[in-house]
Design a binder for this molecule. Structure first.
Ligand code: ZN
Length: 243
């Protein structure tokens, strides 16, 4: 799970530098990782073992130059979750407008979709759905879906929860408004989570080098600090000696 891909030093812990992101793509290519759009994971039978779905939340304008074009050059794919009120404007929930809050335009989204990138919804206004009524949730889900489908002339079946927040009613609203799957922000493997409305992802932070990405791909965990790794291996060793 990526967010912004900035040319400057990141102001948010979720926004990665463009040069660092390119190193991630080089790592994936050199190590034989196959990228797919997230919906392709829902039919996993034909996919190679080293398959990864890269996702981008919010729809930042810097993704066009710094993520979409490099992905295209490397014959790779990704899935974007777009906050539709922000299209061609700024991410209002991110504070005062700046270069880093600028959002992708409608024509950029059309171009990305036409080039094989997948577009999903991230609501209209990026609310905390767990604090919204069922009606508010259903409106955010269906209006953003309709807008994207009219723009892209394709069905939009995927969703990601803003702030990773949801409640029981969110799951009902997602199905009722015609989505097939949704991504949470809890970490873990895709195929270890049985609920297609709670797909797990691993967060990429601003400081994540290609080496950290490699460990995240190996462990599907947001925390791959050496302390945690050392603990993991000592538990495994212990388990081995106890059996
Ligand atoms: Zn978001």
């Amino acid at each position: 799970m990526y967010h912004g891909t900035t040319n400057n030093y990141p102001v948010s812990k979720y926004s990665i530098q463009a040069s660092q992101f390119k190193k991630h793509l080089i790592y994936l290519r050199k190590n034989g990782w196959h990228t797919v759009c997230l919906s392709e994971l829902c039919t996993p039978d034909d996919l190679p073992d080293k398959t990864v779905a890269l996702t981008f939340d919010d729809g930042y304008a810097d993704n066009f130059e710094n993520a979409f074009l490099p992905l295209l050059e490397n014959n790779m794919k990704a899935t974007w979750f777009i906050t539709t009120d922000g299209i061609g404007k700024h991410a209002e929930w991110m504070g005062p407008p700046s270069e880093q809050t600028k959002m992708l335009t409608a024509s950029q989204l059309s171009e990305m979709s036409a080039a094989g990138m997948e577009i999903g919804s991230h609501t209209c206004s990026h609310p905390d759905l767990s604090q919204a009524t069922f009606e508010q949730q259903a409106r955010e889900l269906s209006e953003s879906k309709q807008l994207l489908e009219a723009l892209l002339q394709k069905p939009v079946k995927g969703f990601a929860y803003p702030f990773g927040r949801y409640n029981e009613e969110s799951l009902t609203a997602i199905t009722a408004t015609g989505y097939d799957w949704a991504c949470s922000t809890r970490s873990g493997w895709f195929d270890k989570e049985p609920n297609p409305l709670l797909i797990r992802r691993v967060t990429i932070f601003a400081d994540d080098t290609a080496a950290i990405l490699a460990r995240k791909l190996a462990f599907a965990d947001n925390d791959v600090s050496w302390k945690k790794m050392a603990n993991y291996y000592s538990q495994r060793l212990k388990a081995k000696f106890l059996h």
